[in-house]
Write a protein that binds this ligand. Structure first.
Ligand code: NAD
Length: 463
């Protein structure tokens, strides 16, 4: 029995409208896809100021971060897609075994239908629009549900997208748990969810009702290994950049650092000087440093610090939703700080006797979304690559791998399933229909009864 809440009727109506429109086949053409992608880019260019304002309002994002990680990131995703779309849409030829000759075999990408995109609050524009770029490129209709925790961005997307995109093909649903619960009751052809593990299970359960495939872009505790054999100064700079961007609220931020005990003090000293170099002495009033999304998350983060050995920072201001870049040395591995994904500006440093001990520490936990290793030692690099599992790895830097659209992005195990960005996104939102076209010139009797011994001998030779 469908327990449809009366005043949420509009959700099923809108989804049904999109589904009916998809059946009209208008979204399939290359031209339609190019038009929608170009319109999306036009929106980002023309409305840049409105997006910057919304991101500043929700997360106090600086213009630099807002442009590079949200607006500019999505524009370059669109450009890359437009450049390669024709090629991605082409049939992908595969060889045909002798037994099936004469024939042609290929995979034909086709749109899945109407898809649901659920975004998270930390990159509230990019995490809705990058999946949308992939969905459009594959020729789908889409419902987007931005996160209610970033209300200015959610409202802006709901206001602007209908002005630029085809309203029969796309719809922005605003709302929180009630609306998401209701939209998840609808039948979709694919769901891409970005967010935490708890809600991911709700999404997957709802999807199972309709046998809808899901892509889950989740998080987890991404480790960062610092080998003795590395450029410590550059390592610290890159870690500060990666960790304190968006005040640590990045799914691929290093969650914790592992370093040999003998190196830890030198690393802390450089880290401290890099933080000051990048953010100054009055970080609270520095426009380049973001704010925590809400007081609930700030309280959660501050609670992690109780009883910890804070070696850098630690100050907070609840009213301003501010938490200073904070470093904790050797927290109890069973403390909440080391059990939860931090998702904020706190960096624990775990010291080990030998850096090789990092492997068992990492493998003791769920598979992370990203893993970072700073080393000049190729043998150690290979050791880490071969003995750990993670969605993504970057050697000698932070989240730079995100800048390469040729690298599919996604988690493994509890950090997610499925991938997107670039062609991986196109493939995620496409069905690669297999096609075999047989010739009618020949029709050997080999496969037809009556089955003789000679036929079987010949067949065994052909297979
Ligand atoms: P969130 O609170 O914004 O929730 C995500 C979405 O789930 C929202 O649209 C929200 O409306 C919906 N939702 C919330 N509760 C629901 C419920 N009970 N039923 C149905 N829908 C519900 O985001 P979050 O979960 O706080 O996001 C943080 C997590 O997301 C972190 O773990 C982070 O690592 C991960 N993340 C991953 C990526 C990635 O690309 N892999 C990117 C950003 C964030």
């Amino acid at each position: 029995m469908n327990t449809l809440t009366e005043d949420l009727h509009y959700i099923s109506e809108r989804v049904n409208h999109l589904r009916a429109h998809f059946n009209s086949a208008q979204t399939r053409s290359y031209e339609w896809r190019v038009t929608q992608l170009s319109q999306l880019k036009k929106m980002l260019v023309e409305q840049e100021q409105s997006f910057l304002q919304a991101l500043a309002s929700d997360l106090a994002k600086s213009e630099y971060e807002a442009w590079t990680t949200e607006i500019g990131f999505t524009i370059s995703d669109i450009d890359h897609t437009l450049k390669h779309l024709e090629k991605w849409m082409k049939p992908r030829k595969v060889s045909t075994p002798l037994i099936a000759h004469p024939a042609k075999s290929y995979q034909l990408p086709e749109p899945l239908g109407t898809v649901l995109i659920i975004g998270a609050w930390n990159y509230p524009i990019q995490l809705v629009l990058a999946p949308l770029v992939a969905a459009i490129s594959a020729g789908n209709c889409a419902v987007m549900k931005p996160s209610e925790l970033a209300p200015a961005c959610s409202e802006l997307l709901a206001k602007l997208l209908p002005k630029y995109l085809c309203n029969d093909s796309f719809w922005v649903l605003e709302g929180a748990v009630a609306e998401t619960t209701e939209v998840l009751k609808q039948k979709f052809d694919h769901i891409m969810y970005t967010g935490g593990e708890g809600v991911a299970k709700i999404v997957m359960r709802a999807a199972a009702e309709h046998l809808t495939p899901v892509t889950l872009e989740l998080g987890g505790k991404s480790p960062c290994i610092i080998d003795n054999d590395c450029n410590l100064d550059m390592t610290a700079a890159r870690i500060v950049w990666n960790k304190w961007m968006n005040a640590g609220q990045t799914c691929v931020a290093p969650d914790y650092v592992i370093i040999e005990e003998s190196q830890s003090q030198a690393f802390i000293d450089i880290l401290k000087s890099k933080i000051t170099q990048f953010y100054g002495n009055d970080i609270k009033h520095n426009q380049d440093y973001g704010r925590i999304i809400n007081t609930r998350h700030l309280t959660r983060l501050v609670s992690y610090l109780a009883g910890q050995n804070i070696v850098i920072g630690g100050e907070h201001d609840t009213q301003k939703k501010y938490l200073e870049p904070t470093v904790v040395l050797d927290p109890d591995l069973d403390s909440q700080l080391m059990l939860d994904e931090i998702f904020g500006p706190i960096l624990p440093i775990i010291t080990v006797e030998k850096i090789a001990d990092a492997i068992s520490l990492i493998n003791h936990r769920a598979k992370p979304l990203a893993l970072y290793v700073y080393t000049k030692n190729t043998e150690f690099e290979n050791y880490v690559l071969n003995f750990t599992s993670s969605g993504n790895v970057c050697i000698n830097d932070g989240m730079m791998f995100m800048a390469n659209p040729n690298l599919p992005f996604g988690g493994v195990g509890s950090s997610g399933m499925g991938q997107y960005h670039g062609q991986a996104g196109f493939d995620t939102f496409s069905h690669l229909k297999t096609v075999m076209k047989r010739s009618t010139l020949l029709d050997p009797a080999l496969r037809y009864p009556p089955f003789t011994e000679i036929k079987l001998t010949l067949l065994k030779k052909l297979l």
